[in-house]
Write a protein of this length. Structure first.
Length: 240
């Protein structure tokens, strides 16, 4: 069955990553995946949460939010009415980025990734992770260039994408029209080394088989490879 936007089942939406989007942040990018648009900024502080004080160990965390008209209807600003979904996504982004950072090498520094959804058409958490990595690398490599550490604390890349079952077909990178009708929805986070950081899969109707799960994971792995290439190209454009 043809997809909502005419893509092949294994095809990503068009991906654009624009680095250096915010002139004040240590690292930033605008990531556009189809009609989903997220701005990611990385801010570095020479302090850590209380539970890390004195450990000589750093921290990476994230905040996530959607602008009131990021979707088809206005929603209250999340800083005023934080939802369980918002907190869950923030934790996911933080876990995903910490998975590829040597926190000991950071020393007692914190990096906060602010991921703000300007426009939502499905896959906002995946776009936030994919763009958040680029902003994080930009920030830490600039600190490295200033002599903060001998090499970047980031030791691998990380990206995320969705896969699912729509009208009986296994498909990659669901837009909202597909996500809202999918019988199975899965979000996959993987490193450049091919390791999984997180797999979130849910059957909205009938349970799915192991074979179907493997199909979704294979699609996601192939899609993430293409996202990792897009990240590399974006960083190379600014000499990083």
């Amino acid at each position: 069955m043809p997809r909502a936007d005419g893509r092949a089942n294994d095809e990503l939406r068009p991906v654009t990553i624009s680095t250096g989007y915010n002139k004040y942040a240590e690292g930033s990018c605008l990531v556009e995946i189809g009609d989903t648009v997220v701005i990611c900024t990385a801010s570095v502080l020479n302090e850590v949460p209380r539970f890390l004080v004195g450990t000589q160990r750093g921290w990476v965390t994230a905040e996530y939010g959607m602008l009131p008209r990021a979707g088809s209807e206005r929603t209250p600003r999340t800083r005023l009415m934080g939802s369980g979904r918002t907190h869950e996504i923030q934790r996911l982004i933080g876990r995903s980025l910490r998975a590829v950072v040597d926190l000991d090498a950071l020393r007692e520094r914190s990096v906060t990734l602010d991921c703000d959804v300007l426009q939502a058409d499905g896959g906002t958490r995946s776009a936030a992770i994919t763009g958040g990595y680029v902003a994080l690398v930009e920030a830490l490599r600039r600190l490295q260039a200033d002599g903060a550490f001998p090499k970047s604390p980031v030791f691998d890349s990380v990206a995320a994408v969705s896969a699912g079952v729509v009208s009986g077909d296994t498909v990659l990178d669901l837009c909202y029209a597909e996500d809202s009708t999918a019988s199975v929805d899965m979000n996959v986070v993987m490193t450049g080394g091919g390791k999984f950081v997180e797999v979130q899969g849910t059957a909205e109707g009938m349970p799915f088989t192991r074979e179907r799960m493997d199909e979704m994971l294979d699609l996601a792995a192939a899609g993430i490879k293409r996202l990792l290439s897009a990240q590399s190209r974006a960083l190379e454009e600014i000499g990083l």
